[in-house]
Design a protein around this ligand. Sequence first.
Ligand code: UDX
Ligand code: UDX
Length: 434
Amino acid sequence: MRIAMIGAGYVGLVSGACFAEFGVDVCVVDTDAAKVEALRAGRIPIYEPGLDKLVEENARDGRLRFTTDTAEAIRNADAVFLAVGTPTRRGDGHADLTYVFAAAEGVAKAAERSIVLVTKSTVPVGTGRKIKEIVRRVRPDLEIEVASNPEFLREGSAIPDFMRPDRVVIGADSDRAFQVLRRLYRPLYLIETPILQTGLETAELIKYAANAFLATKITFINEMADLCEAVGADVHDVARGMGLDGRIGRKFLHPGPGYGGSCFPKDTLALARTAQDAGRPVRLVETTIAINDERKAAMADRVIAALGGDASGKTIAVLGLTFKPETDDMRDAPSLVILPKLAAAGATLRAYDPQPGHARQVLPGGMHFAVSPMEAVEGADAVVLLTEWNEFRALSPEKLRSAMRGRVALDLRNAWDPQSFREAGFEYQSIGRP
Ligand code: UDX
Ligand code: UDX
């Protein structure tokens, strides 16, 4: 089979490489010529474990190609996937569908026969119907089918999430679209992955509902962590006690500084807007958004309080900047709220992240970017663990302490051991633990 993947971002690149691994002939299109050149030269513009090897092998075997030419890419394609960005529109929180509609129109214009056009990008409910109108207007001469096939990829584990998904969701109006997509996902039959066939709007809503529910689950345990601190309980045991109930499940009950990333913040906001527009506001999701935004800011206040209420003239070392480990993605990372607040409070910031990606462009100027955790903490009055990269878990409290000027440690991911930090002389604070 042959497909075209429009968009070589986190979603398009991973999906394209994985389909190629399934034996499908894949052509990835991107409007960013520099990105296409880099990919052709084997340079991967994003950090995703295993992606460079997967791209290199499939490109070498001729099953994975990159181009800026949509017409070339979609020629003889059984299906064309839209995986362009759907960022939050500045100002009103709606998903910005400019790129999706532009890509759909571009595909329709270039189509030489009836194709199946599949949205893999996360798009608000009703977008598939609008895409159908666009392609019908642009190409009344063709029967272009529109389908929805949302992705459930987590950054940092996107390839295993694609290869062994909990389910494949397909939304469409016609059997033809279902047949093409079932054939594409045939390799997953071997591991009996459930394939859910449903309508367009339902498939679009499943993606938002799943992400909003996960964001709400995280926000719930974050609030339980705050309550644990007030009543002297341990949030990890609360999470374990809850999670052993099969109806709740153990995943996504880790307290932290608030969720970030390119999905939860964007998708919760888009769902809230869709619901408001439909006259059925989802107040639980709206509250999750508000609590999460406040939490990130409150984390900065915790750091300042741990420094005696005044951060001016203090040096703070921050370990971890990305929104989660195993990614270089800074989109909506808690660090983007916490660090500017600390800088505004007069602190001098030193930070280290194993995959700083484009952190320099999006964080306050004047910060020192260290090349190692030990360099970051040199002379610092406080050390804050913000992203739970594995390498931070092994850091020696004694070594940290001897490199620092002060003795405040804030562990916002509960990745360190309280006792060994206290024995090393730290005033150690974490979240949701006595
Ligand atoms: C994004 C959202 O994060 C995700 O929720 C949604 O499911 C898909 O879009 P991501 O892969 O992270 O996923 O997007 P991004 O990293 O912004 O990459 C989009 C790619 O599409 C970029 O490389 C961009 O150059 C390209 N693009 C954009 C096109 O090829 N054509 C366009 O018209 C616009
Ligand atoms: C998420 C969804 O998991 C995925 O299914 C969807 O396709 C895209 O959005 P992603 O945003 O890449 O994936 O990362 P995820 O691992 O879900 O973490 C999202 C945020 O929640 C991160 O900031 C993470 O630190 C936070 N988180 C996650 C917690 O604070 N606690 C948890 O228990 C889990």
